[in-house]
Structures are given as C-alpha cells and as structure tokens.
Design a protein around this ligand. Structure first.
Ligand SMILES: [Fe+2]
Ligand SMILES: [Fe+2]
Length: 135
C-alpha cells in the first residue's frame, strides 16, 4: 500500500473521516491496477471511481460546513478548487499508463491532501466541536 490514513488526520466528524479513508483506498486501488499492468482498468477506474468520489467528498464537505455555519467556508472552497485541479493532473499519467510518473505525482498529491486534511479539514472539526454542533 502506498498511502495510509493516520490518526493525525482525524477531524472528529465521523462521516468526513470515513470519506477520507475511502478516498485513500481508491487512490491505492488505482496504483495497484497500474502496477499490475492493467492500464486501461486503472484509467477507467480513475475516471469513474476516483474522480467522482473526489467530487462527492468535496461537495459533501462544503455542504457540511454550510450547514453548521462555518465562517471559513469561502476560503476552504478555494482550497477545494486547487484539490480538484491536482487530482485532474493525475488523470493524465494514469491514462498514459506511466506507473513511475503516476507514483511520483500520487505521492506529491498525497502530501498535498494530507496537509489539507491535517490543517483545513481538522479546523472545521475543531470549530464544530467547540460550537457543539456535532452529535
Ligand atoms: Fe476533506
Ligand atoms: Fe476540505
């Protein structure tokens, strides 16, 4: 397995933590397919599985922040725009079937996602907890 969820990434919002874990699992699955030489499957899975899940996650998260009245939503939405672009970039290398390039880009992207969750996502979790809006 290339990338791993860690306790450090826990936002305290159960649904979002679960979605982050699933996101990581999907990224690892793309990598596994590529490594097994299943280039076409990796490309299709990336498009149909991963990209749509990324979109689901980002919009669910934005919806959650809107629902709880999180004041930093606009800034967070801007970060999500970068997120979408970064993941799009991976698409090219998956579909060209370049395992090495994908692995490099994936680890770069993972660094970016890790930082995003550890800083920005955890921040809404903390805020929600302080405001007592979590069950
Ligand atoms: Fe997130
Ligand atoms: Fe986020």
């Amino acid at each position: 397995m290339l990338i791993e969820w860690s306790k450090e990434l826990e936002t305290g919002v159960e649904e979002m933590d679960n979605q982050h874990k699933k996101l990581i699992a999907l990224m690892n699955q793309v990598y596994a397919l590529l490594r097994e030489g299943k280039k076409e499957d990796a490309c299709n899975f990336f498009r149909e599985g991963l990209l749509s899940y990324v979109e689901k996650h980002l919009s669910d998260e934005e919806e959650f922040m809107r629902k709880i009245g999180y004041p930093e939503l606009p800034a967070h939405e801007k970060l999500h725009e970068v997120f979408r672009r970064e993941v799009q970039k991976l698409h090219g290398s998956v579909c060209e079937g370049d395992v090495k390039r994908f692995a490099q880009e994936l680890s770069f992207c993972w660094g970016w996602i890790y930082t995003h969750i550890a800083k920005a996502d955890k921040k809404y979790g903390k805020w929600a907890k302080e405001k007592g809006v979590l069950k």
